[in-house]
Ligand binder design. Structure first.
Ligand SMILES: [Zn+2]
Length: 234
């Protein structure tokens, strides 16, 4: 569940499966499900190890892409416990054997998936089991690629972002969008906390960092620092 207001940049150009902007790291970004959550597959071409971030839906497409690249999924990482980000996680775990990771502050929201499904008229996905909690300071890896976990509460209590410092890529979940920020009016949301997460944590990253938001087009930290109306001071 996405932004507070529609993005100024309009409709979603991340529409073709298989966008790759880095010749070495496999990074497939494709929108899944009715709310078009950006799911990422990040893989190491050499070792074949991969992580999947936010498998909200369309698990068959996901598995086809995983097979296409000959990847073995080692971790399933959920940026926050909204149904459009977590809905396909159990099917993906069953198909790959990979553990599901989520920050423990979102475990309560995870218990409300049936309610969330009714909000958007989706069938309830059933119970999702978390294998491990992720917190600030943790590192997750796909072969030689590693990301630091940043706990960024505000859209939900347990929202996290993944920052790949070498590649300068941020997978931002629903905390930051191109031209917008995550909504804070759902259970667990807090405008004060998201502002703290944005100004204190995400805007501390380098301007050239590519941001992969939970929905909609890619952006950069510099672009958002300059022009995001929710981040401009005064
Ligand atoms: Zn959300």
């Amino acid at each position: 569940m996405r932004s507070a207001k529609p993005s100024s940049s309009g409709l979603d150009p991340v529409s073709e499966a298989g966008l790759r902007y880095n010749g070495f790291m496999i990074h497939e970004i494709f929108p899944v499900g009715p709310l078009q959550c950006n799911c990422s597959i990040i893989g190491d071409e050499t070792t074949g190890e991969a992580m999947v971030i936010d498998p909200g839906d369309d698990v068959d497409t996901l598995l086809a892409l995983i097979r296409k690249h000959n990847l073995q999924v080692k971790q399933i990482i959920i940026t926050h416990a909204h149904i459009d980000h977590v809905g396909g996680a159990m099917r993906l775990r069953a198909a790959t054997g990979a553990p599901i990771l989520l920050n423990r502050n979102d475990y309560a929201l995870l218990k409300m998936l049936d309610v969330q499904a009714s909000w958007i008229g989706m069938p309830a996905p059933g119970d999702v089991e978390i294998d491990q909690s992720l917190a600030s300071g943790d590192t997750v890896k796909a072969g030689r690629y590693s990301a630091s976990i940043l706990h960024t509460p505000g859209h939900t209590e347990g929202s996290i972002c993944l920052y790949f410092p070498v590649e300068k890529i941020l997978v931002a979940g629903d905390t930051l969008f191109a031209g917008s920020i995550g909504r804070t009016d759902l259970p667990g949301g807090s405008m004060q906390k998201i502002m703290q997460s944005l100004h204190g944590t995400l805007l501390a990253l380098p301007d050239e960092t590519t941001v992969v938001p939970g929905h909609g087009p890619l952006t950069t930290i510099g672009e958002e620092r300059e022009s995001n109306p929710f981040l401009l001071k005064g």
